[in-house]
Design a protein around this ligand. Structure first.
Ligand code: 13P
Length: 255
Protein backbone atom coordinates (compact mmCIF):
# COMPACT_ATOMS: atom_id res chain seq x y z
CA UNK A 1 0.00 0.00 0.00
CA UNK A 2 1.23 3.51 -0.81
CA UNK A 3 1.00 6.54 1.41
CA UNK A 4 -1.01 9.49 0.11
CA UNK A 5 1.21 12.49 0.74
CA UNK A 6 -0.19 15.99 0.33
CA UNK A 7 2.33 18.76 0.84
CA UNK A 8 1.97 22.53 0.80
CA UNK A 9 4.96 24.22 -0.79
CA UNK A 10 4.68 27.78 0.47
CA UNK A 11 7.57 28.91 -1.76
CA UNK A 12 8.75 32.48 -0.94
CA UNK A 13 5.46 33.43 0.70
CA UNK A 14 4.46 34.20 4.30
CA UNK A 15 6.46 36.01 6.96
CA UNK A 16 7.43 34.07 10.08
CA UNK A 17 4.34 35.31 11.93
CA UNK A 18 2.10 34.44 8.98
CA UNK A 19 3.70 31.01 8.68
CA UNK A 20 3.09 30.27 12.35
CA UNK A 21 -0.55 31.28 11.93
CA UNK A 22 -1.09 29.19 8.80
CA UNK A 23 0.67 26.16 10.32
CA UNK A 24 -1.60 26.36 13.39
CA UNK A 25 -4.68 26.57 11.18
CA UNK A 26 -3.58 23.61 9.05
CA UNK A 27 -2.76 21.53 12.14
CA UNK A 28 -6.16 22.26 13.67
CA UNK A 29 -8.01 21.52 10.44
CA UNK A 30 -6.06 18.29 9.83
CA UNK A 31 -6.68 16.89 13.32
CA UNK A 32 -8.97 14.10 12.13
CA UNK A 33 -7.18 13.20 8.90
CA UNK A 34 -6.46 9.46 8.82
CA UNK A 35 -5.17 8.37 5.43
CA UNK A 36 -3.13 11.32 4.22
CA UNK A 37 0.35 12.35 5.32
CA UNK A 38 -0.07 16.14 5.54
CA UNK A 39 3.12 18.16 5.07
CA UNK A 40 3.90 21.88 5.03
CA UNK A 41 7.05 23.49 3.62
CA UNK A 42 7.55 27.06 4.88
CA UNK A 43 10.59 29.20 4.10
CA UNK A 44 13.84 28.34 5.88
CA UNK A 45 13.35 31.37 8.10
CA UNK A 46 10.07 30.08 9.51
CA UNK A 47 11.01 26.39 9.86
CA UNK A 48 12.07 26.44 13.52
CA UNK A 49 8.99 28.29 14.74
CA UNK A 50 6.66 26.19 12.60
CA UNK A 51 8.37 23.07 13.98
CA UNK A 52 7.32 24.19 17.48
CA UNK A 53 3.74 24.76 16.32
CA UNK A 54 3.56 21.30 14.74
CA UNK A 55 4.84 19.46 17.82
CA UNK A 56 2.30 16.83 18.82
CA UNK A 57 0.15 17.36 15.69
CA UNK A 58 -0.27 15.14 12.63
CA UNK A 59 1.32 17.63 10.25
CA UNK A 60 4.90 17.00 9.11
CA UNK A 61 7.51 19.59 8.35
CA UNK A 62 9.37 19.95 5.05
CA UNK A 63 12.14 22.25 3.82
CA UNK A 64 12.08 23.66 0.28
CA UNK A 65 15.73 22.89 -0.51
CA UNK A 66 19.01 21.84 1.10
CA UNK A 67 22.73 21.83 0.37
CA UNK A 68 24.60 18.56 0.04
CA UNK A 69 27.60 19.47 2.21
CA UNK A 70 27.56 19.29 6.02
CA UNK A 71 28.94 22.78 6.67
CA UNK A 72 31.47 25.28 5.39
CA UNK A 73 31.93 28.21 3.07
CA UNK A 74 28.62 28.04 1.17
CA UNK A 75 27.13 31.49 1.70
CA UNK A 76 23.36 31.47 1.70
CA UNK A 77 22.97 27.72 2.03
CA UNK A 78 21.51 25.44 4.71
CA UNK A 79 22.70 21.90 5.43
CA UNK A 80 20.70 18.75 5.97
CA UNK A 81 22.05 18.39 9.54
CA UNK A 82 20.62 21.80 10.39
CA UNK A 83 17.23 20.81 9.02
CA UNK A 84 17.28 17.48 10.80
CA UNK A 85 18.08 19.12 14.13
CA UNK A 86 14.87 21.17 14.14
CA UNK A 87 12.60 18.30 13.15
CA UNK A 88 12.34 18.49 9.35
CA UNK A 89 11.17 15.13 7.93
CA UNK A 90 10.81 15.88 4.19
CA UNK A 91 12.93 18.00 1.84
CA UNK A 92 11.71 19.22 -1.55
CA UNK A 93 14.54 18.72 -4.04
CA UNK A 94 14.85 19.73 -7.67
CA UNK A 95 11.79 21.95 -7.90
CA UNK A 96 11.45 23.39 -11.40
CA UNK A 97 11.95 26.90 -9.99
CA UNK A 98 15.30 25.74 -8.56
CA UNK A 99 16.16 24.15 -11.90
CA UNK A 100 15.11 27.21 -13.93
CA UNK A 101 16.35 30.11 -11.80
CA UNK A 102 19.12 28.70 -9.61
CA UNK A 103 21.07 26.24 -11.71
CA UNK A 104 19.81 22.99 -10.19
CA UNK A 105 20.85 20.00 -12.30
CA UNK A 106 20.14 16.28 -12.14
CA UNK A 107 23.60 15.94 -10.61
CA UNK A 108 22.93 18.39 -7.75
CA UNK A 109 19.52 16.79 -7.23
CA UNK A 110 21.24 13.43 -6.83
CA UNK A 111 23.76 14.78 -4.30
CA UNK A 112 21.01 16.41 -2.24
CA UNK A 113 18.83 13.28 -2.33
CA UNK A 114 21.71 11.16 -1.05
CA UNK A 115 22.51 13.59 1.75
CA UNK A 116 18.92 13.82 2.95
CA UNK A 117 18.53 10.03 2.95
CA UNK A 118 21.75 9.60 4.94
CA UNK A 119 20.17 11.63 7.72
CA UNK A 120 16.92 9.69 7.72
CA UNK A 121 14.74 12.35 6.08
CA UNK A 122 12.70 11.77 2.92
CA UNK A 123 13.36 13.70 -0.28
CA UNK A 124 10.41 14.86 -2.37
CA UNK A 125 12.06 14.69 -5.79
CA UNK A 126 10.49 17.07 -8.31
CA UNK A 127 10.45 16.26 -12.00
CA UNK A 128 8.46 17.51 -14.96
CA UNK A 129 8.61 18.75 -18.52
CA UNK A 130 8.21 22.20 -20.02
CA UNK A 131 5.50 22.90 -22.57
CA UNK A 132 8.08 22.97 -25.38
CA UNK A 133 9.39 19.57 -24.30
CA UNK A 134 5.89 18.09 -24.18
CA UNK A 135 4.89 19.59 -27.53
CA UNK A 136 8.18 18.46 -29.05
CA UNK A 137 7.44 14.84 -28.09
CA UNK A 138 10.15 14.76 -25.45
CA UNK A 139 8.00 14.09 -22.35
CA UNK A 140 9.26 10.56 -21.82
CA UNK A 141 12.92 11.32 -22.50
CA UNK A 142 12.89 14.29 -20.10
CA UNK A 143 11.26 12.26 -17.31
CA UNK A 144 13.64 9.37 -17.93
CA UNK A 145 16.71 11.60 -17.64
CA UNK A 146 15.40 13.28 -14.49
CA UNK A 147 14.44 10.02 -12.75
CA UNK A 148 17.62 8.20 -13.69
CA UNK A 149 19.68 11.21 -12.61
CA UNK A 150 17.96 11.61 -9.24
CA UNK A 151 18.23 7.88 -8.37
CA UNK A 152 21.81 7.37 -9.63
CA UNK A 153 23.67 5.22 -7.08
CA UNK A 154 20.71 4.81 -4.71
CA UNK A 155 20.11 1.38 -3.18
CA UNK A 156 16.65 -0.12 -3.16
CA UNK A 157 16.38 0.67 0.57
CA UNK A 158 17.25 4.31 -0.13
CA UNK A 159 14.77 4.46 -3.00
CA UNK A 160 12.02 3.11 -0.74
CA UNK A 161 12.18 6.28 1.37
CA UNK A 162 11.76 8.71 -1.51
CA UNK A 163 8.68 10.54 -2.76
CA UNK A 164 8.38 11.85 -6.33
CA UNK A 165 6.45 14.96 -7.33
CA UNK A 166 5.51 15.04 -11.02
CA UNK A 167 5.01 18.72 -11.76
CA UNK A 168 4.55 19.66 -15.41
CA UNK A 169 6.26 23.05 -15.59
CA UNK A 170 3.49 24.49 -17.78
CA UNK A 171 0.94 23.79 -15.04
CA UNK A 172 2.83 25.44 -12.18
CA UNK A 173 1.24 28.70 -11.07
CA UNK A 174 -0.58 29.05 -14.39
CA UNK A 175 -4.06 27.89 -13.45
CA UNK A 176 -3.76 25.32 -16.24
CA UNK A 177 -3.83 21.80 -14.82
CA UNK A 178 -2.92 18.60 -16.59
CA UNK A 179 -6.11 16.67 -17.29
CA UNK A 180 -6.71 13.61 -15.14
CA UNK A 181 -5.67 11.44 -18.11
CA UNK A 182 -2.52 13.41 -18.95
CA UNK A 183 -1.41 13.30 -15.35
CA UNK A 184 -2.23 9.60 -14.93
CA UNK A 185 -0.27 8.72 -18.09
CA UNK A 186 2.81 10.60 -16.91
CA UNK A 187 2.57 9.04 -13.44
CA UNK A 188 2.25 5.53 -14.86
CA UNK A 189 5.31 6.21 -17.02
CA UNK A 190 7.31 7.44 -14.00
CA UNK A 191 6.31 4.32 -12.09
CA UNK A 192 7.49 2.19 -15.01
CA UNK A 193 10.87 3.93 -14.80
CA UNK A 194 11.11 3.05 -11.11
CA UNK A 195 10.19 -0.54 -11.95
CA UNK A 196 13.02 -0.69 -14.48
CA UNK A 197 15.48 0.57 -11.88
CA UNK A 198 14.31 -1.36 -8.81
CA UNK A 199 11.59 -3.84 -9.79
CA UNK A 200 7.83 -3.73 -9.61
CA UNK A 201 7.41 -4.23 -5.87
CA UNK A 202 9.48 -1.11 -5.11
CA UNK A 203 7.81 0.88 -7.88
CA UNK A 204 4.37 0.08 -6.45
CA UNK A 205 5.42 1.30 -3.02
CA UNK A 206 6.62 4.81 -3.97
CA UNK A 207 4.21 7.73 -3.61
CA UNK A 208 4.08 9.92 -6.72
CA UNK A 209 2.49 13.31 -6.12
CA UNK A 210 0.99 15.54 -8.78
CA UNK A 211 1.79 19.27 -8.70
CA UNK A 212 0.68 22.18 -10.86
CA UNK A 213 -2.41 24.30 -10.22
CA UNK A 214 -3.96 21.62 -8.04
CA UNK A 215 -6.91 23.04 -6.11
CA UNK A 216 -10.07 21.86 -4.34
CA UNK A 217 -11.99 21.95 -7.64
CA UNK A 218 -9.73 19.47 -9.44
CA UNK A 219 -8.16 17.51 -6.58
CA UNK A 220 -10.70 14.71 -6.33
CA UNK A 221 -10.38 13.83 -10.04
CA UNK A 222 -6.60 13.85 -9.99
CA UNK A 223 -6.27 11.95 -6.71
CA UNK A 224 -8.68 9.27 -7.91
CA UNK A 225 -6.23 8.28 -10.67
CA UNK A 226 -4.54 4.95 -10.08
CA UNK A 227 -0.98 6.24 -10.01
CA UNK A 228 -1.50 9.65 -8.38
CA UNK A 229 -0.69 9.39 -4.69
CA UNK A 230 -1.05 12.92 -3.43
CA UNK A 231 -0.11 16.42 -4.37
CA UNK A 232 2.50 19.13 -4.06
CA UNK A 233 0.49 22.30 -3.78
CA UNK A 234 1.64 25.88 -4.28
CA UNK A 235 -0.97 28.66 -4.44
CA UNK A 236 -3.85 26.64 -2.98
CA UNK A 237 -1.73 25.72 0.06
CA UNK A 238 -1.47 29.32 1.21
CA UNK A 239 -4.87 29.22 2.87
CA UNK A 240 -5.82 26.46 5.30
CA UNK A 241 -9.32 25.99 3.91
CA UNK A 242 -8.25 25.52 0.28
CA UNK A 243 -5.35 23.25 1.34
CA UNK A 244 -7.73 21.13 3.40
CA UNK A 245 -10.10 21.14 0.41
CA UNK A 246 -7.42 19.04 -1.29
CA UNK A 247 -6.47 16.92 1.74
CA UNK A 248 -10.08 15.95 2.49
CA UNK A 249 -10.84 14.11 -0.81
CA UNK A 250 -7.43 12.42 -0.47
CA UNK A 251 -8.43 11.16 2.96
CA UNK A 252 -11.25 9.06 1.51
CA UNK A 253 -8.88 7.07 -0.72
CA UNK A 254 -6.50 4.20 -0.25
CA UNK A 255 -3.90 3.24 -2.84
P1 13P B 1 0.91 25.82 -7.93
O1 13P B 1 0.03 24.89 -7.12
O2 13P B 1 0.85 27.24 -7.45
O3 13P B 1 0.71 25.66 -9.39
O4 13P B 1 2.43 25.37 -7.63
C1 13P B 1 2.75 24.02 -7.75
C2 13P B 1 4.13 23.84 -7.26
O5 13P B 1 5.08 24.29 -7.86
C3 13P B 1 4.29 23.10 -6.00
O6 13P B 1 5.63 22.81 -5.77
Amino acid sequence: MRKIVIAGNWKMNKTVAESVRLASEVAAAARDVQNVVVVVAPTYLALAKVADVLQGTKVKLAAQDVHWENQGAYTGKVSADMLKEIGVEYVIIGHSEQRTYFGETDDTVNKKVKKVLTLGMSPIICIGETLAERQGGRLESVLTTQVNGAYEGLSIDDARRTVIAYEPVWAIGTGVTATDDEAQQAHAFVRSLLAKLYGDELAQSISIQYGGSMKPENAAGLLAQKDIDGGLIGGAALKADSFLGIVTPGDTLSK
